[in-house]
Design a protein around this ligand. Structure first.
Ligand code: DGT
Ligand code: CA
Ligand code: CA
Ligand code: ZN
Length: 570
């Protein structure tokens, strides 16, 4: 069982408790437990097997630990089963629509008998909600928008969840002697931020035997179809996985085909067609003669193209560049020498300055920026001017004890509604690293939002614009802003655009990254870690950077400590 599945059950308990107006502290403790489980780098199942004390994990107390064991043993727990019986079935789903929440969901249910997203949509379209006290035309509009956001990613999972399921599957497949080779293709290989299903290509001498062996994988929930060429299964709490068998002589062509994207494939196939050749999943053919097929490189090469990194295969200019031999050398995970956004116990993080610094050093970094929240984020106990200054002293104190490592005294300062920053300029000027972000007052006109962000990045004290579009995948739409104008201001004032690596943010998103780069913008990567476990999200940020065509030189995190100091002195 994957951590994501267990976390989901805890989130569900929290949802159900919330719908029953249970104690908010209890609700929050389930949510924190879910969050903490998601951030874990070790699998709970493994920890349990090793007999480790689960209560040593942050946010996991004795009763949560008991539930984890129960879930690992039975696949569910009594608490969630009991609660499910007490709450109308579709309500948790309704509650999670942005703009609804538990209280509204309960009232809409009680007064309009709405308990599915479909019936909620109808009620909004028929203007039934505005009849309820405290609801209006605007609520209906917001809810409809929220439904559209949720439905845009319905049935898809976040990249990192798919990654967790795949990591476990990998361990299993790598141990099977019946498989000669296997590779993941599809949207996962391209690194898309959400994944519909996993596509896996397999080479085996005896397909029957290989199929039997794969079917023994204990995380398979059910078998959707099985045949001589293909096996489709659904993983417990996870994605559908399509396994397809290919001969070694076709494997490269199959990889090109099933990696996609469809738009990329169409462009490549057109090049083959122009030469009266045929390209399909079995190879590149002239009549019946196979010209290439064994490896991807060979297929591209025969078409006079450079091999295209999967992250670029989106038909966003890569085909032309590959033909001209101009594909960029994309940034790699190994290029990253530090993290430029994280939180500590001073605001809403779970670990101290020392612990965060130590974990960053352990992962081989040369620097780390500590960027706790500013006072506007009251929920996170954000820092006021005085606390920010003291916090900076504390960070520098820790830094002075760390040779060959730079702990940057930073802040994530809120961009207020007016466009002013949440702390005084004198305070910010004293810091090594200032990330400015929007967390509140998101519902402004495009014009005002644009002016607000431009004001912040033009302040002269900001180094980086944090999670620039403020989106949460499948939950919160991007801010309505004229991004081109904001990018222009960032370039003019030497403010970098952050690629926030939190798996549900991935913000700036890849397409906008590519666009901003072409305009001349520079970037940073930040995991926005709220505990030492959060650092593990960096590769997801790197994926986005690669999908946005970034080279090493485009990203500040690739600099050496000395080069970074020099750059920030400017
Ligand atoms: P997903 O699963 O929705 O996240 O996205 P993909 O890209 O993994 O799409 P999927 O699983 O439907 O198919 C995997 C790849 O197979 C896709 O990226 C391109 C290729 N493919 C699938 N259907 C077609 C097709 O009709 N024509 C072409 N040229 N390629 C296709
Ligand atoms: Ca797929
Ligand atoms: Ca598929
Ligand atoms: Zn933030």
């Amino acid at each position: 069982m994957e951590n994501a599945t267990i976390a989901e059950l805890f989130d569900e308990i929290a949802d159900l408790l919330e719908l029953r107006s249970d104690n908010p502290f209890r609700v929050r403790s389930y949510r924190s437990a879910a969050q903490s489980i998601r951030n874990l780098s070790d699998r709970l199942e493994d920890l349990e097997k090793e007999g480790r004390d689960l209560t040593a994990i942050s946010q996991i107390g004795a009763s949560t630990a008991e539930k984890i064991v129960e879930i690992l043993e039975t696949g569910t727990c009594k608490r969630v089963e009991d609660l499910r019986k007490k709450v109308p079935k579709g309500l948790p789903e309704v509650m999670r629509i942005p703009g609804v929440g538990p209280k509204k969901a309960m009232r809409i249910h009680d007064e309009l008998d709405v308990n599915t997203i479909e019936s909620l949509k109808r009620a909004c379209e028929d203007h039934k909600l505005r009849g309820l006290e405290g609801f209006g035309e605007k609520t209906e509009k917001n809810i409809l928008k929220g439904i559209a956001t949720v439905q845009s990613t319905a049935g898809r999972m976040h990249y990192h969840e798919a990654a967790d399921h795949l990591a476990a599957l990998k361990t299993y497949l790598d141990g099977l002697s019946a498989l000669n080779r296997w590779e993941v293709a599809g949207s996962f290989r391209r690194g898309q931020d959400t994944i519909g299903d996993l596509d896996i290509l397999v080479c085996a001498d005896d397909r029957q035997q290989a199929t039997e062996a794969m079917l023994d994988y204990d995380a398979i929930h059910d078998v959707i179809s099985r045949g001589p060429e293909r096996l489709s299964v659904r993983l417990a709490g996870g994605p559908q996985v399509d396994f397809r068998f290919f001969e070694p002589s076709a494997f490269g062509a199959a990889l090109v085909y099933f990696t996609g994207s469809k738009a990329h494939n169409i462009q490549v196939r057109r090049i083959a067609q122009d030469r009266d050749w045929k390209l399909n999943e079995y190879g590149l053919f002239s009549g019946d003669r196979r010209l290439a097929g064994k490896s991807e490189k060979a297929v591209y090469k025969r078409l006079d193209m450079k091999w295209v990194p999967p992250e670029l295969r989106e038909d966003r200019g890569e085909v032309e560049e590959a033909r001209a031999g101009h594909l960029p050398r994309l940034i790699q995970a190994g290029d990253i020498r530090g993290d430029l956004q994280c939180h500590t116990t001073a605001s809403d993080g779970k670990n101290s300055i020392e612990e965060m610094a130590e974990a960053a050093r352990q992962s081989g970094y040369d620097f780390l920026a500590i960027t706790d929240h500013s006072q506007r984020v009251t929920m996170a106990h954000g820092l006021n001017d005085e606390r920010a200054a003291r916090h900076a002293d504390a960070i520098r104190q820790v830094d002075s004890g760390l040779p060959r490592f730079w702990l940057l005294a930073g802040i994530e300062v809120d961009i207020l509604k007016s466009g002013r920053l949440d702390l005084k300029e004198q305070t910010l000027e004293q810091l090594d690293w200032v990330v400015a972000s929007i967390h509140y007052d998101r519902g402004m006109s495009r014009k005002k939002m644009t002016a607000r962000m431009i004001a912040a990045v033009s302040s002269g004290v900001v180094h980086c614009l944090g999670h620039p579009l403020g989106r949460i995948i499948g939950q919160r739409d991007p801010l309505d802003v004229d991004l081109d104008k904001v990018i222009e201001a960032c370039i003019a004032h030497n403010v970098r655009l952050e690629i926030n690596a939190q798996p549900d943010r991935l913000d700036l998103p890849d397409q906008q990254v590519q666009h901003a780069r072409e305009a001349g913008a520079k970037f940073t990567l930040g995991t926005d870690a709220h505990s030492v476990d959060g650092f593990r999200f960096m590769p997801f940020g790197v994926k986005v950077a690669r999908r946005g065509w970034l080279r090493k030189g485009d990203v500040l995190n690739t600099k050496s400590m000395t080069a970074l100091r020099k750059e920030l002195k400017k």
